[in-house]
Design a protein. Structure first.
Length: 249
């Protein structure tokens, strides 16, 4: 998936799918918390809103965001990780630079190589030769796990107990492109048409309507300061729970 704000999609899924975590175990842990509102933006887990520009690299931003959150959870340090590192260097793992990728492939790269920060490997919004230096890596993960496909309850439980989650969704609608505020509910969304990767950073409720909190990578001028609230109704709207995964440090 590309998730480019302007342009078509080029999607291929050929990565090794790591084991899925069972939904019931997530439910048990989440019940202990009994959290009705979760917002990791207010808890230090989330870096500033970024902008992928004219490069179809949403997959890289969705990946780094979840790793950033887990590093903060473990160390208390919030470090902005390099999307450009993924764009340039993970092609041998089945990614396609600015032409799109699936996040599982990106995670495979990080498991085997690590990641630099944006300070040492800044974003250029273009595909360029890889200049990764392992001596400058600031992020390492041991593995990653998928959540049960289509299970919004398991997704909510994972958000509550684990942290920000890498997700994909159907963004092929003008209503998504021009979203500015409110709780997004596109009736034409197809849960099987996953065209854009984002970071799920929480959930809440307003006026009796539950919603997800999504961090996009289209800059802070899009949506609600770069974020979207999407309807959370247990129906896997826009495929929010169709392809969800998180890193294990």
């Amino acid at each position: 998936m590309k998730g480019e704000r302007r342009g078509g999609e080029d999607m291929q899924e050929n990565h090794h799918r790591s084991d899925s975590i069972p939904g019931p175990s997530l439910r048990i842990n989440a019940k202990k918390l009994d959290a009705t509102i979760v917002d990791y933006r207010n808890m230090g887990y989330v870096t500033e809103v970024k902008d992928q520009g004219y490069c179809g690299s949403c997959w890289a931003f969705s990946t780094t965001g979840a790793i950033e959150g887990q590093i903060y959870k473990k160390t208390g340090q919030l470090v902005s990780l390099s999307e450009q590192n993924l764009v340039d260097c993970s092609r041998s793992y089945g990614t396609y630079g600015c032409s799109g990728a699936w996040m599982g492939n990106a995670y495979d790269y990080v498991v085997n190589n690590g990641l630099q920060s944006t300070n040492t490997y800044p974003y250029t919004s273009d595909t360029q030769p890889c200049y990764y230096d392992s001596r400058l890596a600031v992020a390492h993960i041991k593995d990653y796990r998928f959540l049960p496909k289509g299970d919004e309850q398991a997704l909510a439980d994972a958000v509550a107990t684990i942290g920000p989650i890498t997700v994909a969704l159907d963004a092929d609608h003008s209503s998504f492109l021009f979203y500015s505020s409110g709780i997004y509910d596109e009736q034409a969304c197809n849960p099987n048409n996953l065209s854009h990767a984002v970071l799920l950073v929480g959930y809440g409720s307003e006026g009796g309507q539950d919603y997800w909190i999504i961090k996009n990578s289209w800059g802070s001028s899009w949506g609600e300061g770069g974020y979207m609230r999407m309807v959370r109704d247990g129906k896997n709207t826009c495929g929010i729970a169709s392809y969800a995964l998180y890193p294990i440090l």
